[in-house]
Design a protein around this ligand. Sequence first.
Ligand code: GUN
Length: 295
Amino acid sequence: MVETRLIDGKAAAAALRQRVAAAAADLAARYATVPSLAAVLVGEDPASEIYVRSKAKATREAGLAGIEHRLPAATSEAELLRLIDTLNADPAIDGILVQLPLPPQINPQRVIEALDPAKDVDGFHPRNVGRLWSGGEALVPCTPWGALLLLRQAMGALAGADAVVIGRSNIVGKPMAALLLAENCSVTLAHSKSRDLPALARRADILVAAVGRAELVRGTWIKPGAVVIDVGINRLPGEGGKSRLVGDVAFAEAQGIAGAITPVPGGVGPMTIACLLRNTLLAACRRRGLPAPEV
Ligand code: GUN
C-alpha cells in the first residue's frame, strides 16, 4: 500500500498565471505591448459558454486583452471563415481561439486550417501539429501541455518511463503522446479498440486518461506507484437531483495504489486556461519579434 499524493492543479495553474501576468507586465513596461486573444464562440452550448467566459476572465486578470466574438448557432461556415480572415489580418490580435465543438454545418478542420498558424493558440493547425512531432517551434495544445507540467512537477525527469495515454483525440491524446515522446518516454497510445486495455494500463509508470468515460480506469488497472493524470470531466447524476463531476479514473479506487493522481475537479482543468494565457504571450512575442519569456 503506497501513500497516494494529490497533484494540485489549481495551485500549479495559479502559479503559472502569476508568471504569465509578470511577463505581460514586463512586456507592457518595456515595449508598450499588450498580448491580445480573440475567443470565438458559435452557438449556445452551455459548457462552451462557461469555457469561453472563464477564458476571457482569466485573460483580463493576467493583464492580457481579451475579445469575445459570439456568433449565432445558425452561422454559416463562410461567415465564420470571413471572421477568421479578419482576425488573421488584424495586427492587434495575437491569438485566436475557436471554441469546439462547432455546429454541424461547419467543418471544424476547415476552420482550423484557415487560422494563421502564428495565432493558433490552441495548437490545432497542421503546421503546429507537424512542428510538435518534428521538433520545431510550435504552439502546443493547452491541455496536454498543462498535464506535462504537472507530470514534471510530480516526477522530475520523465526519461525512460513507460507512458500509456488512453484516448487518441487531436485535442489531448495525440499531442500528449508527442510531448511524452519528446521527454524520452516509451509511449503507448491506447484507445477504445485496443485489446486488453487494463493490461496495457498496468504497464504504465505514467498513465494519462483522456477518453471522456466516467471512471473507466479502475484501481486494478493502475501499477502500484504510477503517476495518474486524469483529463476526463464527466457529469454524473448526484444526490438531490444535482450532478457531480467525475474523471475518467475511479479516484477512490486509485488511493493507496497510484503514487500520485490529479483530482477532478482541480487537477488538469485549471491548467488548460493557464496554458492558453502562456500560448497567447508566446504568440505575441514571436509575432512581434520580441524575446519570448520562459514561463
Ligand atoms: N473544446 C474542448 N477543449 C477545447 C480546447 O482546448 N480548445 C478549444 N478551442 N475548444 C475546446
